[in-house]
Ligand binder design. Structure first.
Ligand SMILES: Cc1cc2nc3c(=O)[nH]c(=O)nc-3n(C[C@H](O)[C@H](O)[C@H](O)COP(=O)(O)OP(=O)(O)OC[C@H]3O[C@@H](n4cnc5c(N)ncnc54)[C@H](O)[C@@H]3O)c2cc1C
Length: 436
C-alpha cells in the first residue's frame, strides 16, 4: 500500500493526528492591515507557546501561520514529550561543558521546566490531548545501559522528582515486547500525547486570552527597524516586536537563520487499531519508547491502540518515495509479530537540525527574537524557548541570556552545500550507530 506524502502541500499531511483531531475548524484569516505590540511568525509549538506566554502576560499579540496551526513539525511528530533542553544535553558534564559551571544548574532546570509547562497548560486550559505519562529509553548495548544509568544518577543528584528506574533484561518485556533490547530506563516525568490536539488547544487558549491567531497568512517579506513590517500577500502587520518561530519551514526568509539550520526529514507510520491483547503484548505499560542511536526508532501506542512508529528513513537527505516501504523493515525488526499488520497512515515532516544540536535562541535586532533547531527533540523544549522569549520581552533577560549566549555556527558553505553535507553527515551517523 502506498500513501502519498504531503510534506510539500499547504494541506495537513494525511496523518493519524489529522484523522483524529478534535477540532480542525479554521482560525481567522487576516484581512487588511493592523498594528500590534508583538507579531509571532509560525504556528507550531514555538510560535503558539510564545503567543500563549505573551497573552498570559497581557501583551497585544498576533500570530501568523502560512498554512494551518500545527501544520509543521509540531502537529505531525512522534508525540514524545521528553525533558532536557536539547538532545546533546543528557548529562551534567555535557551541560557544564556547554553552559559553564555557573549556568549549568539553570540550564538543567529549564530541561525539567519545559515538560512542566505542558503539564500545567493541559490542566489550566483543559486541553484534551491524550496525555499519558511514562517513558522508556531502550538500550541495545551495555554502553547505552551505562550512559542511561549515569543520566539517571545526574537527574537524581539534582533533585529530579519523577520516578526513574533502570530495568534489566529480565524485566524489559514489561515495557517493550521485543527481543531487540537488553534493558533501559523508565521515567515517569516524560510521556506522550496527541500533539496536533495539544498545539491547537494551546492556540485556542491564547485566542481566548486575546491573542489574534491567523491561518493562511504567509509572510513573504520583513522590514526591520524600530517598528517591524511583516508583509503577507494581501495584508501587512506592523509590530514593535517580532518573534520568528518558523524553524525548518522558514526557508530563506531570514538568511541568517537559514544558514544555521538543516531541514531534515523524519517519517512515521501508524497501524490500524490493534487488538487489546496485541497492544498489551508490544507495549504493556503504554510508555513512549526511544532507542539510543542517532538514527533512532521512536514509537508508542495511540489512544485508540495503534502503533505509531517513526524514524529516519533515509540517509541521503531525500524523501522516500514510499514511506511505508522505508519504515516497515524497522517496525518488523522491533516487532516481528506485527508482520502483515495494516498501515492506515504514513507521513513525514521536517525538523530543524543545528550543527551542535543545541536549541538556538536569540535576537537578530533588539526587537527581533527567534528560536529554532531543536534537532528532533522539540515538543517540550519549544515551550521553554517560548517562555524565555516572553520573559525577555517583559524585561527579564537573565534566563534568556543563558541560552542566547551559546554560539551556533552556520553550516559551512551555506545553502549550496547543505544537501551534500547532510548526505555525508547521515552516512557518518549511520557508521557511528553501526560501530556503537
Ligand atoms: C516526523 C517528526 C517526528 C518528530 N518527533 C518528535 C518527538 O516525538 N518528540 C519531540 O520532542 N520532537 C519531535 N520532533 C521535533 C519537533 O516536532 C519539533 O522540534 C517541533 O515541533 C518544532 O516546533 P516549531 O514550532 O519550532 O516548528 P514547526 O512546528 O515546524 O512550526 C513552524 C511553523 O512556521 C510556519 N511558517 C514557516 N515559515 C512561515 C512564513 N513565512 N509565514 C508564516 N508561517 C510560516 C510553518 O508553516 C510551520 O507551521 C519530530 C519532528 C518530526 C518532523
Amino acid at each position: 500500500m502506498r500513501i502519498r506524502d504531503s510534506i510539500h502541500t499547504d494541506q495537513f499531511p494525511p496523518s493519524y493526528y489529522t484523522a483524529t483531531c478534535n477540532d480542525l475548524t479554521p482560525f481567522r484569516r487576516l484581512e487588511g492591515n493592523m498594528h500590534v505590540n508583538v507579531c509571532v511568525v509560525g504556528g507550531g509549538f514555538t510560535g503558539v507557546a510564545a503567543a500563549l506566554h505573551l497573552a498570559e502576560k497581557g501583551y497585544d499579540v498576533a500570530l501568523v501561520e502560512q498554512n494551518r496551526i500545527g501544520w509543521g513539525a509540531s502537529g505531525r511528530n512522534g508525540g514524545q514529550v521528553i525533558g532536557g533542553y536539547g538532545p546533546e544535553l543528557s548529562n551534567m558534564s555535557k551541560i557544564q561543558k556547554v553552559f559553564g559551571r555557573d549556568n549549568a544548574r539553570a540550564a538543567w532546570e529549564m530541561g525539567v521546566e519545559c515538560v512542566d509547562i505542558i503539564d500545567e497548560w493541559i490542566s489550566k486550559y483543559d486541553i484534551d490531548c491524550d496525555m499519558k505519562w511514562g517513558y522508556f529509553d531502550a538500550a541495545m548495548k551495555q554502553r547505552e545501559m551505562d550512559e542511561l544509568a549515569e543520566s539517571m544518577e545526574t537527574l537524581k543528584s539534582f533533585g529530579y522528582k519523577p520516578e526513574q528506574r533502570m530495568v534489566g533484561a529480565d524485566e524489559v518485556k514489561n515495557y517493550v515486547g521485543s527481543d531487540r533490547y537488553i534493558g533501559g530506563l523508565t521515567n515517569m516525568g516524560w510521556g506522550h500525547c496527541h500533539v496536533l490536539n495539544l498545539v491547537r488547544g494551546e492556540a485556542r487558549a491564547a485566542e481566548k486570552l486575546g491573542a489574534k491567531i491567523f491561518e493562511d497568512a504567509r509572510v513573504s517579506k520583513i522590514e526591520y527597524g524600530d517598528k517591524v513590517t511583516i508583509d503577507m500577500d494581501t495584508c501587512r502587520i506592523t509590530a514593535d516586536i517580532l518573534v520568528l518561530g518558523g524553524n525548518a519551514y522558514l526557508g530563506k526568509l531570514v538568511p541568517k537563520l537559514a544558514s544555521r539550520i538543516l531541514p531534515t526529514g523524519s517519517y512515521i507510520v501508524t497501524t490500524e487499531p490493534l487488538e487489546e491483547s496485541v497492544a498489551k503484548e508490544i507495549l504493556p505499560a503504554n510508555f513512549a519508547v526511544c532507542d539510543q542511536r542517532w538514527a533512532l526508532d521512536y514509537f508508542r501506542l495511540t489512544a485508540d491502540n495503534r502503533l505509531l512508529f517513526g524514524g529516519l528513513a533515509t540517509y541521503s537527505g531525500r524523501h522516500p518515495r514510499d514511506i511505508i516501504g522505508a519504515i516497515m523493515p524497522n517496525v518488523l525488526k522491533v516487532f516481528p509479530q506485527l508482520k502483515g499488520v495494516k498501515i492506515d497512515h504514513a507521513w513525514g515532516g521536517y525538523m530543524g537540525i543545528g550543527l551542535n544540536r543545541i536549541p538556538q535562541l536569540g535576537r537578530l535586532a533588539p526587537n527581533v527574537y527567534f528560536a529554532q533547531a531543536y534537532s528532533g527533540h522539540g515538543v517540550a523544549p519549544t515551550h521553554m524557548s517560548a517562555r524565555l522569549i516572553a520573559e525577555a520581552i517583559s524585561g527579564q533577560m537573565e534566563r534568556f541570556d543563558v541560552m542566547a549566549k551559546i554560539k551556533h555556527p552556520p553550516f559551512p558553505g551555506g545553502q549550496m552545500f547543505k544537501a551534500p553535507i547532510q548526505a555525508v553527515g547521515m552516512a557518518y551517523y549511520r557508521l557511528k550507530d553501526a560501530l556503537g
